[in-house]
Design a protein around this ligand. Structure first.
Ligand SMILES: [Ca+2]
Ligand SMILES: [Ca+2]
Length: 179
């Protein structure tokens, strides 16, 4: 799995004992689903995920992908978009709101098709650097655990119509709110 972003790069949170603050310096907003690390693009709310045959540069496809979003407070801003090998959008879904410090899982599997790329939109705000938001107002959202089916070598797509049958299997919203 290879991550890319139109932003400036990525950050992984670390524990507070080092030079890098835990939770990107936003301890009142984020929590880790599986301690201790979180993941975010920097300078962008977009992360693109592409699949390759493990250990090679050969393009691959998967049949399932999902992740845990952290701190989704506004609906309609965070979503997953699934694309096939022809770069056609085969499925899109917004992430459920789970409130401040909440955890939201969104994932999907396809049957009769394959996933070549997933575009993750995490909130509307951006993290520029640890402790620094792109602006003070919009919803900032980061990511924790990624789950995906084993990538297999890409094969020529039979037809777009077949892939359009892709369907959502799993959609679970988890809300763990702290008072
Ligand atoms: Ca928050
Ligand atoms: Ca937020």
């Amino acid at each position: 799995m290879v991550f890319s972003t139109p932003g400036t790069g990525f950050l992984v949170s670390a524990n507070g004992g080092g030079a890098t603050p835990a939770l990107f310096g936003f301890g009142n907003d984020f929590q880790a689903f599986s301690a201790q690390k979180l993941f975010t693009a920097t300078g962008s709310n977009i992360t693109d995920v592409s699949f390759f045959v493990p250990g090679t540069a050969q393009a691959a496809t998967s049949t399932a992908f999902g992740l845990v979003f952290v701190d989704v407070e506004v609906g309609g801003l965070s979503r997953l978009e699934f694309f096939d090998a022809g770069n056609a959008l085969i499925y899109s879904r917004d992430v459920l709101v789970a409130g401040n410090q909440g955890l939201s899982f969104l994932g999907a599997t396809v049957s009769g098709g394959t996933i070549s790329r997933v575009r993750i939109t995490a909130g509307l705000n951006t993290i520029v650097a640890n402790g620094v938001l792109g602006n003070p107002n919009d919803d900032v959202v980061v990511m924790d655990d990624f789950l995906y089916a084993e990538p297999l070598a890409a094969v020529p797509e039979p037809s777009m119509a077949l892939l359009a049958a892709a369907g959502l299997i799993l959609l679970v919203g988890l809300a763990k709110l702290r008072s």
